[in-house]
Write a protein that binds this ligand. Structure first.
Ligand SMILES: Cc1ncc(COP(=O)(O)O)c(C=O)c1O
Length: 388
């Protein structure tokens, strides 16, 4: 079988062999439950705390500000619900953007069901939130603002430091979901006045099922998981030592290789856009070309509205793996139009015609040519099917 070409790194990026090697060390019986008092337990505790220090250093944070979790979804739920419940005495109003990942959006909708109020900020046609809209949405009872940093579907990167400054000025807790942007932009919570920040490992060539939350010292948060009081009582459950080690190693590799990887991804992304627009003049880019992640492009194709799912399946038959919208949402498999594309002004048919291509450090230039040749074949097949 010919090698498959993976262009869906925003859904999940392939595990870096160096991360796997690091994780394997901690899968040995030597490492016990970090809460146990014997030698194996102590080794487990040392491993977790060493990772916490390294992860904190990577973020420019204090080790006490890092809480390890099982995923981006868990971190985002803990951030939204934890902050909302811990600050209920101050107010019940929450502000999020209308292009959040489903795990923020649905956590917020759930909070509305239990008595909180929410404002959903609009975005412009590039997917950018206007800081003035944030300012006007803030009320005296606003307790939390959550705005995604790099969008997972269209790649738009928000002016996060500006939002941080506004929230800090009003004394409001500011959370950002940085799952897609961490390691691909130079984001640091302290530089952008971020109080809470979500990251996960599998978007940065780490393992699935590992994530973390930066929680600025002094921020009030109510735990969601009650148990043995792990992670300073914020997130009970025996620590996933290998997952934590994998996340930490993945963060370090991103930092060590940032100066090579990011220019490479930017070059690849630009080359992909230019080649697609040249070969298929009916193609267009959804989202911003100026304020964007280095690795995500979302294309629409005039005349092929509604056809993304068929294009994806034809590409898949030819060994090319891409995505319609976000793979992390059941909307993609159910072919429901994406709320992100709707928010930037696409109608449901146009939204069902969008293909997301997301690059990673293991892609090579020829992957782009293979994608374009496969797209050309796919368009021909769609034509012949519609003429039958
Ligand atoms: C922006 C963003 N936030 C959160 C998540 C959820 O992370 P996880 O898959 O680790 O639960 C994802 C993707 O999966 C994402 O792209």
């Amino acid at each position: 079988m010919p090698a498959r070409i993976y262009l869906d790194n925003a859904a999940s990026s392939p595990l870096d062999p160096r991360v796997r090697e690091e994780m394997l060390k901690y899968m040995s019986p030597e490492y016990g439950n970090p809460s146990s008092l014997h030698r194996s337990g102590r080794l487990g505790r040392e491993a977790v705390e060493a990772c916490r220090e390294r992860a904190a250093k990577n973020m420019g944070a204090d080790p006490s500000e890092i809480v390890f979790t099982s995923s981006g979804t868990e971190s985002n739920n803990l951030a939204l619900k934890g902050i909302a419940f811990a600050n209920r005495d101050r107010g019940s109003h929450i502000i999020i953007s209308s292009i959040e990942h489903d795990c923020v959006l649905n956590a917020c909708r759930w909070l509305e069901k239990v008595g909180f109020e929410a404002t959903y900020l609009p975005v412009d046609s590039q997917g950018l939130v206007d800081p003035d809209d944030l300012k006007s949405a803030i009320r005296s009872d606003t307790i939390l603002v959550s705005i995604i940093h790099g969008n997972n579907e269209i790649g738009t990167v928000q002016p996060i430091a500006e939002f941080g400054r506004i929230c800090r000025g009003h004394g409001i807790c500011f959370h950002t979901d940085a799952c897609q942007s961490y390691g691909k932009t130079p984001i640091r919570p302290s530089d952008s006045m971020i109080d809470i920040m979500t990251i996960n490992a599998h978007k940065i060539h780490g393992p699935k099922g590992a994530g973390a939350l930066f929680i600025r010292k002094g921020a009030r948060i109510e735990p969601l998981l009650h148990g043995g009081g792990h992670e300073k009582g914020i997130r009970s459950s025996t620590e996933n030592i290998a997952g934590i080690a994998g996340l930490t190693k993945a963060m370090e590799l991103c930092a060590a290789e940032f100066d090579n990887t990011i220019p490479f991804l930017i070059r690849m992304r630009e080359s992909l856009i230019l080649k697609v627009l040249d070969r298929f003049p009916f193609a267009y880019v959804n989202g911003s070309r100026a304020f964007c992640l280095p690795n995500i492009v979302n294309f629409g194709f005039h005349g092929y509205e509604g056809e993304a799912m068929r294009l994806l399946l034809l590409l898949d038959e030819m060994g090319i793996e891409v995505s319609t919208g976000s793979a992390c949402s059941s909307n993609a498999s159910e072919n429901k139009p994406s709320h992100v594309l709707a928010a930037i002004g696409l109608n449901p048919i146009q939204a069902r015609g969008a293909l997301r291509i997301s690059l990673g450090r293991f892609n090579i230039e020829s992957d782009i040519d293979s994608f374009i040749n496969a797209m050309s074949e796919a368009f021909k097949k769609l034509h012949s099917l519609s003429n039958e």
